[in-house]
Write a protein that binds this ligand. Structure first.
Ligand SMILES: [Zn+2]
Length: 65
């Protein structure tokens, strides 16, 4: 009886994943979580964009003509 996959929880997001070749980034669930844990997420260039850049024209009520 060795067909029960061992599962672990991703240290970053807590998601359960199978400890096998199906999870190449174990103990992390994904490359993203691995990078976050390693502190390299910021270097990936895929940071979540802030909302501060949206509709900047509307935030400035007075426009000079
Ligand atoms: Zn994760």
């Amino acid at each position: 009886m060795n067909d029960t996959p061992m599962t672990v929880k991703c240290p970053t997001c807590g998601k359960s994943l199978e400890w096998s070749e199906k999870s190449p980034y174990r103990p992390f669930c994904s490359k993203r979580c691995q990078l976050i844990d390693l502190g390299e997420w910021a270097d990936e260039g895929k940071r979540i964009p802030s909302n501060g850049e949206l509709s900047d024209s509307e935030s400035w009520g007075e426009e000079e003509k």
